[in-house]
Ligand binder design. Sequence first.
Ligand SMILES: O=C(O)C1=C[C@@H](OP(=O)(O)O)[C@@H](O)[C@H](O)C1
Ligand SMILES: C=C(OP(=O)(O)O)C(=O)O
Length: 666
Amino acid sequence: MFKIPFLDLPPLRGAAGTVRLPGSKSISNRVLLLAALSEGRTVVRDLLASDDTAVMLDALRALGCGVAKDGDTVTIVGLGGKLLAKQAHLFLGNAGTAMRPLTAALAVMAATQGGSFEVSGVARMHERPIGDLVDALRGLGCAIDDLGNSGYPPLRLRGPSPLALDAPVKVRGDVSSQFLTALLLALPLVAEKDIRIEVIGELISKPYIEITLALLARFGIAVRREGWEAFVIPAGSRYVSPGEIFVEGDASSASYFVGLGAIAAADAPIRIEGVGSASLQGDVRFIEAAAAMGADVKAGPNWLEVRRGAWPLRGITLDCNHIPDAAMTLSVMALYADGPTTLTNIASWRVKETDRIAAMATELRKLGATVEEGPDWISVEPLKNWKAASIHTYDDHRVAMCFSLAAFNALVTERTVPVRVLEPHCVAKTFPDYFETLFDVVTARAEDIPVITIDGPTASGKGTLADETAKALGFAVLDSGALYRVTGLAARRAGLNLDDGHAVAAIVPTLKLGFRDGHVFLGEEDVSARLRAEATGLLASQVAVHPPVRQALHDLQLSFRRLPGLVADGRDMGTALFPGADLKVFLTASAATRAERRHKQLISKGISANITSLREDLEARDERDKNRSASPLEPAQDALLLDNSDLSIEESVTQVLDWWQQRRPF
Ligand SMILES: O=C(O)C1=C[C@@H](OP(=O)(O)O)[C@@H](O)[C@H](O)C1
Ligand SMILES: C=C(OP(=O)(O)O)C(=O)O
């Protein structure tokens, strides 16, 4: 996950490949609650690992359920409807699928078994309505205290209190379907007689009720229904765990890749695995909307393949009540259409993670789009004159994911712009690795992928500065020194004569190099520590003087230029490797400062060292580096000089990031 303040997406131009979806949020949280209410063990496979499921799992633990995790599999030992903890404060983040169903389940259990439970969430959760559900539960006899504004979390659910289950339970269905889902999931706990639930007003987001009913059936509860107006939980209903249950891929998460295929899969398709025509989730019908806009979609039971069909896309007008989450994706696809796209019947967007109609309108306008909005609709015109924009994401995962599709503007305009997504980690709500997954299947021109070069003499702190700068921007790091060191080490181990440039160069293509979690691997061996040793540095210096070795490492180094960007540290990054780099830094520090730093570093590792001889070594190495004929160490003409003798690491990083920001169009 990109845990950084902003992620810049350079112009993207193509897409192809396979995406494996994370588990469905709606299915995951329903299954977890049903497993918790059942007796015995339920093994849940392919569970979504995200913020929304994490808060549900924490809540279940706090209530006394057994929760054992093993990768994507979670085993729940259920409560069998009996409260083990009679008091708990449950923090439910911004997960509607945790807040609404847990409120209902705990209200009913507190009423029948006694107890006091508080449910709260993030600030936005306290603005998301729950009044219709609370009214329904109070109508049943549940004791619920408002701990904040009436009609919104936080709430206290208390008991015991007598329940009146003879009359039908009435619940409004026109603000969120999750209120009805919550009652359907919770009321089997007390279904000594038939319990009839009646929906008041036009039910929205209907397909989510189908998910609820299907999963209740998997847990042994056969709800009878009268269309969308009334639902009856039969007397004697009991949750019976299916023992093992698989969670499908998330159909709402699929929408970004369906959109991607429609926009950018011009040659080969985007294949999406984990959801397809046999899905329980209503959002799979997003493919119909995408097809109406021109996407060429093929569907199997649990896979989709999407490629570009009509281009430009076709503008559409669509009632999106049945696909409220995925529909947001259409509003960005609309930028690539041949006419306006109007999405209607989406009033619920206003009470989700943010006011999504307002958010999409505001951010699309920042890109230059003409957008109109009404209480329950949005209309977006195709975009011709794109502007570079910093997209505010309002802590809404879907805003972040949707706007990644704006980075394909290169397909419709010569004047391409990058897109900045602020707070990209908000995708953690349902798809923590969204951007990594995206980068795996999209292509950009190498010259469009930003590069920052940091060159400088030995022990100037390039490595640390490069690592920290890269971390701040979410970029990859090329530690070119490590490549030379690995080459020197491997050549020595192979018994080669290090003065024979051709022999050393010949082993470069055979090196089995791996870079994982800041460590360098040669085959299976983690050689990071060895590479830092002074002796290896000398080997590097020896092999680096040979032009054939530098040539052999050239292509390897260029291949590090990957999305979303690269920080390359070395000695000739800005001069030889990336002469067109977007920002070049030449880092220096006095020999005295560098010797001191190296000394401290060695001492801290328990290696004894002499500061005077370290300084002499450094100076000798500087001389050699400056005077070698192949790529001598010198600043690129357009490099910015940074002398960090008197700067902390933080100050140096801030300086580089300031320079970087000055060169960005945002
Ligand atoms: O029940 C569910 O799993 C959901 C129902 C929908 O909410 P509304 O019914 O509030 O539209 C949807 O937007 C949400 O992401 C998940
Ligand atoms: C509306 C959403 O979430 P929640 O389950 O919190 O309602 C969503 O994921 O788009």
